[in-house]
Write a protein that binds this ligand. Structure first.
Ligand SMILES: [Zn+2]
Length: 495
């Protein structure tokens, strides 16, 4: 069975000519040079993940136990184990204390004992890092925004905001070029093993250095999947020099709820302050205006309600400043917002009027959106309950694509599809078919690739995945497994 997500909706065979789909049909298949028989399987278009950090995904999968640690002691144990075979700085990712019974983080003294090398232990959301003294010394971070100090003015080891960016950047630039290539390749291989044939790489050059991006661009054609690159910068000439038709991507306008740095209109329920915005309205307007007039698709990261409000009011201001010629095809540009989690009904309508396209993460809701979960803890249920209004987005006619934000959540589209079906608010759930469309055609549209990807029809890329059961109607998607993944006509994964 082939689900085309086009017309006709299903077929029994698919004929591929080199990189492209030639025909889909039923009955006797046409003659072909090579025949792959996959009895009992269901073929769907290759999935497109709109928000991936490839190198970070590779780092995460080097020490997957960190994410599973259920207490401070377990976390320290995973660090000791990872440090054992290490001869250079140790960067690990994925702990999540919001799930711990006792949420006390390890002290800097405990981290010093656990690892004698420079150690950076990055929280699952990337916005908090725990560092030992050797890491702070080696990276030269002795003060500034985000270096938490105790009552006596000594670092606690907890690092956020600017200091976190500098710290991660130091670690990432101390990986070898070969290491970075291997991490990116490992992440791409993991993706195709889950049926993903295209990712939107959210390149964070302020954290990883430009070298990380240059390495990716240099070897991307050797990777088993397609990579669409978004660079988190406001430097328009820089991306134009790279020949990219898009800019920004995960450029952070605020932080995360986990780090209590997402920008809110009123204070956190369980922490001081209400986060902070990275840019003034004027700075953001200049960036949006310049990017739009340069013909680029512009994307930003916004999670908190104050950051989302800033994106929308700034695009409204930029739109109002354009003359009628510059306004033509404005909506068709599909300027993007990543996450868009604390979006109220009023802001949805305004985003829809601007034609903003949203890269959503249904797995965030599954991980943190339920009563008693992280969002409830940080915001209180009044503000957590209306978050991630997926059906609301569709009802207002807003384009959505779907990302994992891997390594923050798992790079597996079936997990995202299941999360759409189990949203904490039943009124915001998507049907299985809506969810699969969002993860294929919707995601393709977010990168203006709907003429090449997202469905199986003549002339489109031969990007497809065969599953051992039909993901359109399997009761439990955890029991559905990829059998074969094909990207641009190449077999890139076989179970
Ligand atoms: Zn982001």
């Amino acid at each position: 069975m082939v689900h085309t997500l086009s017309y006709p909706p299903t077929g029994e065979w698919i004929l591929v000519d080199d990189r492209h789909v030639q025909r889909v049909g039923v009955g006797e298949p046409p003659r072909a040079d090579r025949v792959v028989d996959l009895p009992g399987t269901t073929i769907v278009p290759g999935f497109i993940d709109t928000h991936v950090h490839l190198t970070g995904t590779g780092v995460h999968h080097r020490a997957p136990e960190v994410a599973a640690a259920a207490s401070r002691d377990e976390l320290l144990g995973t660090v000791r184990a990872a440090a054992a075979g290490q001869d250079g700085p140790l960067l690990v990712h994925g702990f999540d204390e919001s799930r711990w019974h006792d949420r006390t983080l390890p002290s800097i003294a405990e981290l010093d004992v656990a690892c004698e090398l420079p150690l950076a232990l990055v929280r699952v959301d990337g916005h908090v890092t725990l560092a030992n003294h050797r890491a702070l010394d080696a990276s030269g971070i002795s003060g500034g925004t985000g270096l938490e100090l105790d009552g006596e003015g000594r670092p606690t080891g907890r690092v956020t905001q600017e200091a976190n960016t500098r710290l991660k950047r130091w670690f990432n630039t101390h990986l070898s070029e070969h290491d970075v290539e291997q991490l990116q390749l490992a992440a791409a291989s993991l993706a195709v093993s889950h049926g993903v044939t295209c990712i939107h790489e959210m390149s964070m050059i302020h954290e990883r250095g430009v070298r990380d991006l240059e390495i990716l661009l240099a070897h991307r054609t050797r990777l088993p999947l397609d990579v669409v690159t978004y660079v988190a910068t406001t430097d328009i000439p820089q991306v134009m020099d790279l020949g990219l038709p898009r800019i920004g991507g995960d450029l952070p306008l605020d932080g995360s709820i986990g780090a209590r740095t997402a920008s809110l209109t009123s204070a956190y329920a369980d922490a001081p302050g209400n986060g902070a915005l990275s840019f003034s309205d004027d700075e953001l307007a200049e960036f949006f205006h310049g990017g739009h007039l340069a013909g680029l698709q512009v994307g930003v990261h916004a999670i908190g309600d104050a950051a989302i409000e800033q994106v929308v009011r700034t695009w409204e201001r930029v739109y109002a400043s354009l003359d009628s010629r510059e306004r033509r095809h404005f909506r068709a540009r599909r300027h993007r917002v990543e996450h868009f989690e604390m979006a109220g009904a009023d802001v949805l309508e305004r985003a829809a009027m601007l034609g903003l396209a949203i890269s959503v993460q249904p797995t965030f809701d599954a991980e943190w959106g339920s009563p008693g979960g992280l969002y409830d803890q940080a915001l209180g249920w009044d503000r957590a309950a209306p978050m991630n209004p997926f059906r609301g987005l569709l009802e207002r006619g807003i384009e959505i694509g779907v990302g994992s934000d891997s390594p923050i959540t798992t790079l597996d589209p079936l997990v995202a599809i299941a999360a759409f079906g189990s949203h904490h608010d039943p009124a915001q759930r998507l049907t299985r078919e809506e969810a699969i469309r969002a993860c294929t055609l919707g995601s393709a549209r977010l990168a203006h690739q709907e003429d090449k990807k997202g469905s199986l029809e003549p002339g489109k890329h031969a990007d497809l995945v065969a599953y051992d059961a039909d993901p359109f109607d399997a009761e439990d998607l955890r029991e559905v497994n990829p059998v074969l993944t094909v990207s641009l006509g190449r077999d890139v994964f076989a179970a």
